[in-house]
Design a protein around this ligand. Sequence first.
Ligand code: S3P
Length: 431
Amino acid sequence: MTESKALPYHSTGLRGELTVPGDKSISHRSIMFGALAKGTSEFKHFLLSDDCLHTIGAFEKLGVKIQHDDETVTVEGVGLNGFRPSKDTIDLGNSGTSTRLLMGLFSKQGFPITFSGDASLSKRPMKRVIAPLQQMGAQITATDGDYLPLTIASNHQLQAVNMTIPVASAQVKSALLFAAMQAEGTSVFTELAQTRDHTERMLQQFGGHIDKQGLQLTIGQQPQFKAQQFRVPGDMSSAAFMIAAATLVQNSELHLKQVGLNETRTGFLNVLSRMGANIEVEKVEPGSESMGDLVIRPAALHSTDVGGAEIPNVIDELPLIALAATQAVGVTTISGAGELRVKETDRIATVTAELRKLGANIVEKPDGMVITGPTPLRPTTTDQLDSHGDHRIGLMLAVAALLSPEPLTLNDAGAINVSYPSFFQDLANLL
Ligand code: S3P
């Protein structure tokens, strides 16, 4: 995944209609619940990106039959006790979501499982999941106690717990919910802040029970989940790249269809609207995961402050908010976002370094960034742009390039396949 790509630049507008790919978080979870259910589940508009293919590969290695065509996936459920041991290590590529959720899901199996990942994933902290799972009785040994490769030992018992989840992370929360549904007794988890709630929603959609009071979740053993058929909503985090582009590039008018509007994921729309963006939400379809159509037109932006409890809701969109801030009048601060340092790259460092190559006025802080705008974006050094192997950095830079009057090249452009393989094709259709 090291190829360089000449980026489209000097855009005169994004115009037309687009259905963005399926939601990554929901696609991963649909395979997990599909595998636990009785019967054959079918998911339309599934995201067949590198990350989700790693989740599919993991379940196939553990004996689950999964088939797919271009965008529909079928999963033959085996239930909690129907998995088969894998002789091989399970490679989870770049996918933190697969790794962390599967650690919880497979924390009580009668055979050991070993996970590995690529260079980036092998540097990401796993203790945040390992420690609470160990408290529940899971037996996990990891490299230096924190990193992949790691092995979950054969284990026949988990105990319920009452705990505050130490990090505001949907991945950690979801791992704990998967373990809690296999534990003796009823567990109570308190979140530090609301994080995306796809696991809780999907659990109920498959016939399970979970109680939510504010930030407190109560969960015990579950009835047998029943297979489901549904359409995966468009990924708000992928739509965000196109929303930012149509906001920043003059003469745009972009219609996005069936984008997921789960309230724990729409923080980007709130922040950009607060900055002055022109985003209309139409034809909302309610459901376990609601979706709707969006119309985006260009707008002059002004600065804002992003921080506190809002952060988990915009965590994946912060690189794009930093980009938008370079075009906004005033000083934008992003704070309380130290989690960015442990994503696919240290995104505070990579966003700052890469946007500076384009002339942005951006200062790195331990837990965020301060961006002063507006500044024109154009190449200011001979260094090429670089995704650093991080899909969201590569995608953000491709949006930035649309504003440049001069050509730009992106190194390691293949990283975008982790979440949005059709991005350059989709963009070309709108330019
Ligand atoms: C995800 C949760 C977020 C997000 C990631 C997907 C999920 O991570 O950054 O892209 O599907 O649960 P954290 O929950 O660790 O912040």
